[in-house]
Design a protein around this ligand. Structure first.
Ligand code: AHR
Length: 324
């Protein structure tokens, strides 16, 4: 909007100087007429299939809306995100949006954005800041609920079992989905017959999931269930289980979160047993929010993404139309 006012002032000056209000001609100036908004977005990285789908959704939504998006990939590092946000403040973008790598440590930079009068929209992941005036809105999933949905399936699946040994592949340490999915699972898997015998981060990556699962298998003669905080780590675990001569989905049950195409394919094949959906398609809603906050309109502080869960049959049905 600051640019809108600036552009209007320059336009008025040009008209005054030339006595002409334009009228055709095309050229670069017309592209700007589509929208004067500039949004700076800092992405976590490219750690998973989910993240790739999320980046595509955001970039294509802004392109379709004719809004300039300055995009930076933090490669999983908070310091890179802080640098990117500071650079967006310096460039005086109209709105800053970002998906925080971890929950803590954002107050200083968010205050800098607030002092500069630039609204911030959190997407996908939140921050643990006590002062919620530091951001305009948070658009994303309810990760605690996702962990609870995974846990509810586990309770039903193992209803008749006497003892269940669980291993957990956690997401990136300190990230909201890792903290909340662990919490949600424990909220509902409360029967003492369930024992979480090992829990370690696989950093939301396939390679990380595989490596950690290999170590879990070596250290534990009996594992009944893998709870992976995302599909990619679950897919890595499948590789490790197969390499150990066991059948994923049968010898060891697997429940994951995300429902990206590769995860859904493994579910359809019976290698994963249940998936809790986490939608990465946040782009169109983020565009709407950015337009509103830039125009000074009210937006909801918390917008929760709608999501479902998938059994094997549901995955088989959903796969042909799956967008990501
Ligand atoms: O924040 C969303 C999580 O981050 C997704 O579940 C995971 O795949 C991604 O890396």
């Amino acid at each position: 909007m600051k640019k809108l006012i600036g552009a209007a002032a320059i336009g008025a000056l040009l008209i005054a100087l030339t006595g002409c209000a334009g009228g055709g001609g095309g050229g670069e100036g017309d592209a700007g007429a589509e929208g004067d908004l500039i949004v700076g977005f800092s992405q976590v990285g490219a750690e998973s299939g989910w993240r790739t789908a999320n980046t595509t959704s955001i970039q294509s939504a802004f392109e379709d809306a004719g809004i300039e998006l300055k995009f930076s990939d933090a490669q999983g590092k908070q310091e890179n995100q802080i640098k990117a946000i500071r650079s967006y403040i310096q460039q005086q973008v109209d709105v800053i949006a970002f998906s925080p790598v971890v929950e803590s440590g954002w107050d200083t930079v968010l205050k800098e954005a607030k002092d500069a009068g630039i609204p911030v929209v959190l997407t996908d992941r939140s921050v643990d800041s006590a002062d919620d005036s530091l951001y305009a809105s948070f658009l994303g999933s309810d990760f605690i609920l996702e962990g609870e949905k995974a846990g509810e399936w586990v309770n039903t699946e193992f209803a008749d079992a006497d003892a269940v040994k669980v291993v957990e592949l956690q997401g990136t340490t300190g990230a909201a989905p890792a903290n909340d999915r662990a919490e949600g699972f424990r909220n509902v898997v409360t029967d003492p017959k369930f024992e979480i015998i090992a829990s370690q981060t696989g950093d939301f990556t396939r390679a990380g999931g595989k490596q950690v699962m290999e170590a879990f298998l070596q250290a534990n003669p009996q594992i009944d269930l893998v709870y992976a905080h995302n599909d990619d780590m679950g897919l890595g675990a499948i590789e490790a289980i197969e390499a150990a001569g066991m059948v994923p989905g049968e010898d060891i049950k697997i429940v994951t979160v995300d429902a990206v195409k590769d995860g859904m394919t493994a579910l359809a094949d019976g290698k994963i047993n249940f998936i809790v959906e986490c939608s990465p398609l946040l782009g169109p809603q983020l565009v709407e929010i950015a337009e509103k906050v830039a125009a000074g309109e009210d937006v909801e502080k918390r917008i929760v993404t709608e999501e479902t869960t998938f059994t094997q049959e549901q995955a088989i049905e959903a796969l042909p139309d799956r967008q990501y």
